[in-house]
Design a protein around this ligand. Structure first.
Ligand code: SAM
Length: 224
């Protein structure tokens, strides 16, 4: 198989420098990013953690966890549960493991793997979170199908992705996105992709500015 060309976004995510500033106000907590996404990181975090609706004993997959910016608060909310942070980038995973150790968390594990070929048996997890990453992946359908496979029937997926906007801003951002190797979703296109992967009952939790946050369910009658 011919090797696929790496995008600028993929190269950036492998950078130790980005891992070191990722959680700061220079990147994920940047006021400029918050303005573009139409939501502050703190508000996004509250929304996403509430959407996960944890009782404390779940098995959670933080898909494309990066530095573990969500993995650690998830672990905090799982006194009898467990969270796995999975990512492709070694510098991100190194930062994630160091930060979790510094916080004294021991109910989490780290895996270097692709979201397109998850190294877990069917129905391993109760909740899958994939924040700020689906729009970077070359095959969205495959990533959602893999998430569906590893979720238990009745389990939930929570996604945060770039949102397709309209007008001149949309055209400018679409060009910039293609240049770096990312894409954006409308509420409808994300719902279609989730439905095609076997999910149902998609709820839109935030659909403003450049950010879309949704939750969907793997139906209880699902065969896997
Ligand atoms: C912008 S960061 C998101 C980190 C975190 N989830 C957040 O909400 O901030 C995107 C992450 O997705 C990871 N990633 C991109 N494509 C991936 C794939 N196919 N499989 C696993 N991880 C991937 C990158 O390595 C990077 O750490």
């Amino acid at each position: 198989m011919a090797p696929t060309k790496r995008t600028l976004a993929q190269t950036l995510m492998e950078s130790p420098l980005l891992a070191s500033i990722y959680e700061s106000r220079l990147w994920r907590r940047s006021p400029v990013l918050s303005a573009l996404l139409g939501i502050s990181f703190d508000a996004e975090q509250r929304l996403i953690l509430d959407a996960a609706n944890l009782q404390g004993d779940e098995r959670v997959l933080d898909l494309a966890c990066g530095t573990g910016i969500y993995t650690r608060p998830l672990a905090d909310r799982l006194p009898r549960g467990h969270v796995v942070g999975l990512d492709l980038s070694p510098p991100m995973l190194r930062y994630a493991a160091d930060a979790a150790r510094a916080d004294g968390l021991d109910n989490l594990a780290w895996t270097r793997a692709s979201a397109l070929a998850l190294p877990f048996p069917n129905t391993t997890f109760t909740v899958v979170l994939c924040s700020a990453a689906l729009h970077l992946m070359p095959d969205t359908g495959r990533a959602l199908a893999e998430s569906h496979r590893v979720l238990r029937p009745g389990g939930s997926i929570v996604l945060a992705v770039f949102r397709m906007q309209s007008g001149w801003l949309a055209r400018a951002t679409a060009r910039a996105r293609r240049g770096v190797g990312t894409r954006a979703f409308s509420t409808e296109s994300l719902e279609q992709a989730l439905t095609a992967a076997g999910f149902s009952a998609m709820q839109s939790l935030h659909a403003r500015g450049g950010w879309l946050i949704v939750r969907a369910t793997k139906p209880s009658k699902s065969s896997e």
